[in-house]
Design a protein around this ligand. Structure first.
Ligand code: MTE
Length: 337
């Protein structure tokens, strides 16, 4: 992975904010948002009309998204006492190597991605394989807002309000066979629209691939996201469909998904294939297991600058240990990093 670590990763005790997550099942303001969304342009809706967050850039959501937004369950899961990262940072400090290696490249080059029409293939060890138009794929599920920490393996982090639904819902729907033990994900390969795939710079064997153990994929915190900050996903964040697994390093959260395969064997993944000593299959956030080239004990929470680096201690499983630690009972997390 291309790593640019800030020199200022020293942690002061005064900067560590105590934090705990809570699951709240409150539906907030859904009604007023629904009214706004329904009153918007026919066919399409701009984020300015529907977003509840400040300074959110308007998008061009398809009609199916606006319909889903109207019935969304807001703040279904959130974090306590931690500020949501400004939209500008979440959309201009990205890793999406298909659009270039620098943090600003995905925002600068992402417009060329064509997200409509979009289809997702589900295949492998499933009773109901198929190719689904995205709107049909998401149709049965209620959108939930999930405000999660995102911790990159490069030691920076954000707090992002995603809009999506549990991956488990889709997996149950397609009926995994008894042989299915892992889920493999694949990003679009389209070198014409993804300039990073035309350059040999990233050394990646496209398409970008990721994977989860089936029980991890079925965990209620693992979601497929179609939106963030009350609007559809910007291209640079993985439109129109991405994975979000909040207890794992960000590279597991694969963007712009076109294929989901249920498989019997542990699938090869992009970063593990490139540097197996540095990036493992599990990639659980773990402050006690350092990357061979830097510490994982601390992280820079964006926005972060030279004079206010905003450094804090990294939490085991990114603060989701109560929910997910049991998935790894008996597993040596030093070996299975
Ligand atoms: N998915 C694809 N297809 N290509 C990528 O380069 N980068 C990963 C992940 N998903 C990546 C990807 C990495 S390293 C991180 S940290 C997160 O996306 C960043 O997500 P964000 O840009 O929305 O913050």
């Amino acid at each position: 992975m291309l790593i640019k670590l800030s020199r200022s990763s020293e942690c002061k005790a005064s900067e560590i904010t105590p934090e705990s997550i809570y699951l709240s099942r409150r539906a907030l303001m859904g009604g007023s948002l629904a009214a706004l969304a329904l009153g918007a342009l026919p066919g399409r809706v701009g984020a300015a009309e529907v977003s509840r967050y400040a300074d959110v850039q308007a998008g061009h959501a398809p009609a199916w998204f606006a319909d889903k937004l109207a019935a969304a369950h807001w703040q279904a899961v959130t974090v306590k006492d931690e500020a949501i990262t400004p939209f500008k940072d979440a959309t201009h400090y990205n890793n999406f190597y298909e659009f270039g290696p620098d943090k600003g490249d995905p925002a600068a080059n992402g417009e060329s991605l064509k997200t409509e029409p979009w289809s997702v293939v589900v295949d492998g060890e499933v009773g109901k394989p198929g190719r689904y138009a995205l709107e049909d794929f998401v149709k049965p599920y209620q959108l939930e807002e999930r405000i999660y920490r995102l911790r990159c393996v490069e030691a920076w982090s954000m707090v992002i309000p995603w809009l999506g639904f549990p991956l488990a819902q889709i997996l149950k729907q397609v009926e995994p066979t008894s042989r299915a033990r892992y889920v493999r994900f694949e990003t679009l390969k389209d070198p014409e629209r993804m300039p990073g795939q035309r350059s040999g710079f990233a050394l990646i064997d496209w398409p970008y691939r990721e994977g989860l153990r089936l029980d991890e994929a079925m965990h209620p915190l693992a979601i497929l996201a179609v939106g963030m900050y009350g609007r559809e996903l910007p291209n640079q964040n993985g439109a129109p469909l991405r994975l979000v697994v909040p207890w794992k390093y960000g590279f597991k959260s694969i963007k712009s998904i076109v294929r989901i395969s249920l498989v019997a064997e542990q699938p090869g993944t992009t970063w593990q294939g490139l540097a197996p000593d540095e990036y493992g299959f599990y990639a659980n956030v773990n402050p006690t297991v350092d990357h061979p080239r830097w510490s994982q004990a601390r992280e820079r929470r964006l926005p972060s600058g030279l004079f206010s680096p905003n450094v804090r201690e990294t939490q085991m499983f990114n603060g989701y240990a109560d929910e997910v630690a049991s998935l790894y009972a008996g597993l040596d997390l030093r070996k299975n990093y």
